[in-house]
Design a protein around this ligand. Sequence first.
Ligand SMILES: Cc1ncc(COP(=O)(O)O)c(C=O)c1O
Length: 393
Amino acid sequence: MSLCLSTRAQQIGDSPTLKINATARALKAAGKPVIHLGGGEPIYPAPQSAVEAIIQKANSRQIKYTPSSGTPELKQAIVNYTAAYYGHTFKPQNVLVSAGAKQALFNFLLAAVEPGDEVIFPAPFWVSYPEMVKLAGGTPVIVKPTQGLKVNVDEMVKAITSRTKAVIINSPCNPAGHIFSEDFIRQMVTVCEEKQIFLVLDDIYHQLVYDGNKTPNPCASVKDFNNLVLINGVSKLYGLTGLRIGWAVSENKDLIAAMSKMQAQSTSCNSDISEVAAAAALNGPQECVDDLRAVLEDNRNTLLEELAKIEHLRVEKPQGTFYSFVDFSYYCQDSNKLAAYLLDKALVAVVPGRAFGAEGYLRISFCADKSAIIEGARRIAQTLKNLPPTGIN
Ligand SMILES: Cc1ncc(COP(=O)(O)O)c(C=O)c1O
């Protein structure tokens, strides 16, 4: 007998973003005037439609288990949403509703990946991809761009082997904020169809794009819908992170059935209240998304103006998401050290680039309040100006 934990548990790292959130919260609770530019949720209030649905549901005093893969009402709302934004009408049975896009992705990996299978995604990447792939028994294959922050199709194709099970693309990309080109998405659709690999599009930020940009629509070039998995959710779109509602859509019946089994045997079903609220948000007025996009675009511009005042940074204009991924390597090559230093000296929380597969960078969120963004960037500027000649130890 032994109380040793599993090898799996020992091999999986903490989520660096959740860790930063927790540290920033703890410092705030201790009375420190921390500015939190590390977060991944808009401060924007919940849509009225969702709030009213929650109140109505609570007043019904009927808060029960729901069908494991999602309520018919929410699935239909997702079908309608997907038809409106992707121009392809899926069926309700093609939808699995989960506790956030994160669980939808995790269910996909558990359902599709065999031990030793490879799952390819570009760097920089969302921090959870490698750990989730490993938890599912697979091997993460990270494709680093040879130039800049964006991989090209050739670099992705070179990484495909006979063990490749899936490719994950996140556009616009957390953390870099770039949108992959239409040509890139079209070619990835074709390659994955030819090689019979799942193409997973993590589209959680697909409507949070600026300067009139659009995210490419994979459905426009799909021939075989069995390969394609669309991941989305209400967290970023409406700032409804606390509902924990996301989904996967795929015409691959076996895949959705297997993913549903994973969910049924782990969480049983989603929260009844959350499903009602998510359906109301999707079916309700969508001006709130335009408002959120406008606020975020203004925040982005403000952050870029402030960062432009700091010497020796390399900053790319984010086309989407609510993150700016900035090269701070002139000041410190070790992003963990620099993030810890800024939290300690400037009381500003940002996320080290190492966690996203890009050392020397820091991810700065612009989903906070505008005044916090300005104050945070100014504190960073001041702290970097006062760096000791020996650098950060
Ligand atoms: C790229 C990406 N995918 C998925 C998620 C998870 O979203 P959800 O809150 O729906 O689980 C996040 C959250 O930060 C994300 O950045």
